[in-house]
Design a protein around this ligand. Structure first.
Ligand code: NDP
Ligand code: GDR
Length: 375
């Protein structure tokens, strides 16, 4: 008999999944993750912790699976017998959920139910603890500021409505079957591993590419939008902590600071040595380079327009403002974020600048330099 804990992470190939897997491995867990079958490699974020299947005593194991596939989930839960399941897998892009609402509901809402049912059908109610990746998007059209655990929900996208179902089915299975199940209501959290189509990463990557002459201009949606952005590394620690308590509870996780998308653009530009001047209103607004300092933006000149608005990035219904109050997490779990938004922005901008320099070097030396993705 061993006391080694066993965890199963859905969404292990995503931003949070990769940080959480690192954390659990550091804590001595055997970590299992579900990855989707893809025609190209999709494990870049966990490649550094990958263990060859032919080595003995592996403690990091990936399995093919999908949240839309009940029999696959039941088989994996039966085989792995996890002490903890972290349900991070999701179609997580709010704008994409308007394009693929039914798929989003299937994965984000029904996928959660499928996992909880797997626990119940296999009689693991007393063994397996369950973490659900809930979201500040539940607050949507906000009813109270700042938002805390008791703030009423008002979802504003197919993504948020699907996550609302997932939130309540998690509460329901806790109350109905005594499963140790928790919702982490996490506000936006970012990192250099953030998907390239989410706004922070789109900005740091886009402006770094412009600085290095790889792209001419960054096209944005609603830059007046306000968000409470933390660092993913701080937030996955909280996901683990929530499953280590005596009784399961739901917690808001946030920094308590709010900034606009426009501010994030200004900070990123400053990291690259660019001072910006915003001119115009609404869809006519542009950001013009007012000064260039240092060596990081050799391709940019004063007067260049490097940010424009493209209405196609506006959403059919927007969440204008989010600001979290994580007092409960601080008081009950002693949790405080370690990394503020400005520091987060600096880390992301520096990471993307290094990557842009590498791509620019390849391009100038005649190699192909793939740049793709819209968001
Ligand atoms: P990512 O988009 O980076 O990762 C999502 C993960 O889910 C990926 O591993 C993806 O696989 C996987 N996935 C997508 N569809 C399926 C499916 N049908 N079956 C199985 N797996 C699937 O998200 P984050 O890491 O940023 O977020 C983690 C979770 O937390 C998500 O549920 C998200 O909705 C939620 N959340 C995120 C917040 C944030 O600010 N980051 C805030 C609040 C909640 P693949 O790599 O193959 O695409
Ligand atoms: P969000 O994150 O919708 O809050 O969901 P995202 O970074 O996509 O958008 C934040 C805000 O920025 C505005 N915005 C743009 N967004 C994108 N993606 N691209 C643009 O060009 C752009 N221009 C302006 C958006 O309109 C929005 O107001 C994220 C996801 O991680 C969810 O899974 C998670 O649940 C929530 O955070 C909390």
């Amino acid at each position: 008999m061993t006391n080694q804990k066993v965890a199963l992470i859905t969404g292990i190939t995503g931003q949070d999944g990769s940080y959480l897997a690192e954390l659990l491995l550091e804590k001595g867990y055997e970590v299992h993750g579900i990855k989707r079958r893809s025609s190209s490699f999709n494990t870049q974020r966990v490649d550094h912790i990958y263990q060859d299947p032919h080595t003995d005593n592996r403690n990091f194991l990936l399995h093919y699976g999908d949240l839309t596939d009940s029999s696959n989930l039941i088989r994996l839960v039966q085989q792995i017998q996890p002490d903890e399941i972290y349900n991070l897998g999701a179609q997580s892009h709010v704008a994409v959920s308007f394009e693929s609402p039914e798929y989003t509901a299937d994965v984000d809402a029904m996928g959660t139910l499928r996992l909880l049912e797997a626990i119940r059908l296999l009689g693991l109610e007393k063994k397996t603890r369950f973490y659900q990746a809930s979201t500040s998007e539940l607050y949507g059209l906000v009813q109270e500021t700042p938002q805390k655990e008791s703030t009423p929900f008002y979802p504003r996208s197919p993504y948020a409505v699907a996550k609302l179902y997932a939130y309540w089915i998690t509460v329901n299975y806790r109350e109905a079957y005594g499963i140790y199940a928790c919702n982490g209501i996490l506000f936006n959290h970012e990192s250099p591993r953030r998907g390239e189509t989410f706004v922070t990463r789109k900005i740091t990557r886009g402006l770094a590419n412009i600085a290095q002459g790889l792209e001419p201009c960054l096209y944005m949606g609603n830059i007046d939008s306000l968000r409470d952005w933390g660092h993913a590394r701080d937030y996955v620690y909280m996901q683990w902590l929530m499953l280590q308590q005596e009784t399961p509870e739901d917690f808001v996780i946030a920094t308590g600071q709010q900034y606009s998308v426009r501010q994030f653009i200004k900070w990123t530009a400053a990291e690259l040595g660019l001072e910006l001047r915003f001119e115009g209103k609404g869809v006519e607004e542009v950001a013009i380079v007012a000064a260039v300092k240092g060596e990081n933006a050799p391709a940019v000149n004063v007067g260049d327009v490097i940010v424009r608005i493209d209405p196609k990035y506006f959403r059919p219904a927007e969440v204008d403002t989010l600001l979290g109050d994580a007092t409960k997490a601080r008081q009950k779990l002693g949790w405080q974020p370690q990394i503020d938004t400005r520091t987060l922005c600096r880390e992301m901008a520096q990471y993307d600048l290094a990557e842009a320099k590498r791509l620019a070097f390849l391009k100038h030396n005649g190699f192909s330099c793939p740049l793709s993705g819209e968001g």
